[in-house]
Design a protein around this ligand. Structure first.
Ligand code: MET
Ligand code: ZN
Length: 731
């Protein structure tokens, strides 16, 4: 009998119950008892769903009221000093997650190459770890009471350590012994709960290209943790890519099982020899994309695995936690059948796991399913890109635009007020007519243009009031995208996103932004910048079809954008910005896979602007501050101007551009838009001076560091006015 295993389950609830319960509590509209009871109901429901599908290994402690990294920090007693004075555990927990009147929240960042954000634990020298497993015990007992014998999910010690932020600058590795000992205490305490308890250590860190030091520590850690108690069965589970180096070590550690992802790391097949006598938890059902599993392909994969691993040592599993996919397709009433029939969310994936297990048990190989998808029409070889060298373009653009020294601009969006959103929603719901909607949008654009003229900005924007989201907006207008009603995925805390479903061949059947941009240009003599989202960002923030290579999908999206670029310039729009906000987050975890990513990412960006004439100035924008490793790639994108987020990193970042002898223009953000604070003229003057120490003045643009849509109007006007004063002083 083979067995099934689910790495982890989404916790927000099929109707986002946890979100609403938490937000009501935070807003003071309900009490914590209500949150607790909603959470309990959800856990129970989620366990039962898994039980109904006869999943053999069901997790507890994959649940969290905010984030499991934060839970781990709490479990280990890694409480930053500023929160230690808060007596009440619940109050303290949410203060760490969200900050309170006196204390800033802990930092948050992306979990590996996903769009889930975890809380970054803060550690410092002489920190006394103090173990508290009460959350685990509660959930374990709760599951037991329901007749479930759960495994216990814990973030593995190496992944935990690697993601910690030593706030006092101390050496991360210096904490290793303390962290492992704290985990040993956790295991010791858990072992008193029962016999043969399975502990799942999540170690996605092992799917990255690792420093040798980590590999040697991993051996020490699991040799120690594997011997804490005979009553525990330790499973070390990796995901998101191959983990070959770690397997070579884990195969000789005193643990029970090793988990490998064969969906995003098929190279793990080569590591199987080193699994030795351990159980293999084989990640086969894609835990982070939404398409139906191809059972015949999976079956073949299991056959391959079984050549090295005895069948009774193979456990069939999801490739990672199902946290990264929406709950169920059963709430989708509006999706076209051809789209819906191809989807599989968390609940459906449980079914798929059960099915493949049944087939495998009976050694019943499924028929090869016929491919229903048409082959894409465009090939990624030989992209369309006819722009001349930068120097030639620069001269032509100078002439066409005649901009002053330190041209000023913004990143695109202006404050989205309640009214703006209300109008958009009313139009979406059919409560107002197209004419009414357009009239209202034009009003907003007109005001926005007037404000920018009054402020004295050099390159204006229309304000992006028609966009709810920079990817969704384009997806809705392009062919090949669909939108679910309830396809929510947790992004951080109580927040969820609903990524577009890029299911088919992408094409542009209508203009995307031309009308708004042309209207905005008609209101001013200053250049109006056209605003588009780039292909890499569109892909990285969508669920992308997996029946053809990503590079081909990206090229289709790029072709559609390139048509829009061409139409904009034919309407006399002289500057076009193609945002690649998510360029960097799409980077693979494995060094050897980076080249291939960069190739399709750069090529598709270039293809998306390849129609631009030399005198049309192409901007791009990225919200990052670390370009060290990717500067050559940025250069190859060949944009005329790149605006970036520097405001929080001084001119350190610009030095990277200087060192690379970067020739095109750069707009380093002079102020941080993530806070309502209005920086003074002096502050921004200082920033500009710092920039000038590194880059020649001809290369500099001055702008905020990202879009202004989350800001209010008053702070926006004040900050931009100060920015422009600082620029006048510099000129
Ligand atoms: C996350 S990057 C945002 C870019 C977009 N043009 C904006 O200003 O909102
Ligand atoms: Zn940005």
């Amino acid at each position: 009998m083979s067995q099934t295993y689910v790495t982890g389950f989404p916790r927000i609830g099929e109707k986002r119950e946890l979100k609403f319960a938490l937000e009501a509590y935070w807003a003071g509209n309900s009490d914590f008892e209500t949150v607790k009871s909603v959470a309990k109901t959800l856990r129970e429901r989620h366990w039962n769903y898994q039980k109904e599908r006869h999943i053999d290994f069901i997790s507890c402690n994959d649940f969290s009221l905010y984030d499991t990294m934060l839970d781990t920090a709490v479990m280990l007693g890694a409480i930053p000093p500023r929160f230690q004075g808060i007596e009440d555990k619940t109050e303290r927990y949410f203060a760490m997650a969200r900050g309170d009147a006196q204390r800033s929240a802990m930092e948050m960042t992306k979990w590996f190459n996903t769009n889930y954000h975890y809380i970054v634990p803060e550690i410092h020298a002489h920190m006394a770890f103090k173990v508290d497993i009460s959350k685990i015990v509660d959930e374990y007992i709760e599951a037991k009471a329901l007749g479930i014998d759960p495994k216990i999910n814990l973030i593995g010690p190496l992944t935990f350590l690697a993601l910690c932020n030593p706030v006092d600058g101390s050496d991360l590795f210096g904490f290793f012994d303390d962290v492992v000992e704290a985990y040993a205490k956790v295991l010791h305490a858990i072992s008193s709960l029962g016999e043969n308890i399975v502990i799942q250590f999540d170690e996605p860190l092992f799917a990255k290209t690792l420093e040798a030091k980590f590999l040697s520590l991993l051996k020490i850690a699991y040799e120690r943790l594997g011997t804490v108690s005979r009553h525990l069965k330790i499973a070390v589970v990796t995901y998101f890519d191959r983990a070959n180096e770690a397997v070579e070590i884990l195969g000789n550690c005193p643990i029970w099982a090793i988990g490998l992802d064969f969906v995003y790391g098929e190279e793990n097949l080569e590591a199987l020899l080193h699994v030795n006598d351990k159980m293999l938890i084989a990640g086969l059902i894609d835990g982070r994309n939404v398409w139906k599993n191809n059972a015949s392909k999976t079956y073949v994969l299991i056959e391959k695995i079984s050549k090295t691993i005895d069948a009774d040592h193979i456990i069939l599993s999801t490739s990672c936690s199902l946290l990264h996919v929406p709950f169920s397709t059963r709430f989708e009433e509006k999706l076209a059948p051809e789209v819906k029939s191809r989807l599989s969310f968390a609940l459906e994936k449980l079914e798929e796991l059960e099915q493949i297990n049944t087939l495998w048990e009976k050694r019943e190989k499924p028929e090869i399913s016929a491919c229903t998808q048409k082959a894409p029409s465009v090939k990624s070889s030989g992209i369309f890109y006819t722009r001349s060298a930068y120097a030639t373009r620069f001269a032509l653009q100078q002439k066409a635009l005649n901009l002053p020294l330190f041209p000023t601009t913004t990143i695109g969006s202006f404050p989205q007020t309640k009214e703006t959103r209300a109008v958009r929603n009313a139009y979406k719901k059919g409560e107002i007519t197209r004419e009414q909607y357009e009239a209202s949008l034009k009003e907003s654009i007109k005001e926005c243009v007037a404000i920018q003229e009054e402020l004295g900005l050099d390159v204006l924007v229309h304000g992006e009031f028609e966009r709810n989201d920079m990817v969704e907006y384009f997806g809705e207008l392009l062919e090949g995208f669909a939108f679910s009603q309830n396809g929510w995925v947790q992004s951080y805390g109580s927040r969820c996103v609903k990524p577009p479903l890029l299911y088919g061949n992408v094409s542009r059947k209508q203009p995307l932004s031309v009308d708004w941009t042309v209207y905005a240009q008609s209101l001013t003599d200053k250049p109006m910048k056209g605003m588009l989202t780039g292909p890499v960002t569109i892909l990285n923030w969508s669920f992308v079809r997996d029946d053809i290579p990503k590079s081909e999908v990206a090229y289709e999206v790029a072709t559609a954008i390139a048509e829009e670029v061409d139409e904009l310039q034919r309407h006399d729009i002289k500057i076009i910005q193609v945002d690649e906000a998510a360029f960097k987050e799409g980077y693979p975890l494995r060094a050897e896979k980076i080249k291939a990513y960069e190739k399709w990412a750069v090529e598709s960006f270039k293809a998306s602007v390849g129609t631009a004439w030399d005198q049309t100035q192409i901007h791009t924008h990225m919200c990052y501050s670390n370009f060290n490793d990717i500067i050559d790639t940025i250069e190859r994108m060949d944009a005329d101007v790149i605006t970036i987020e520097t405001s929080r990193s001084g001119n350190k970042l610009l030095k990277v551009f200087q060192k690379a002898n970067y020739k095109a223009q750069i707009g380093p953000g002079v102020y941080d838009i993530h806070s309502p604070r209005v920086p003074s003229v002096e502050e921004m003057s200082e920033q500009i001076k710092a920039f000038l120490q590194v880059l020649p003045k001809e290369q500099l643009w001055i702008n905020p560091d990202c879009g202004l849509k989350t800001r209010g109007w008053s702070e926006t006007k004040a900050a931009l006015a100060n920015m422009i004063k600082a620029v006048y002083l510099a000129r």
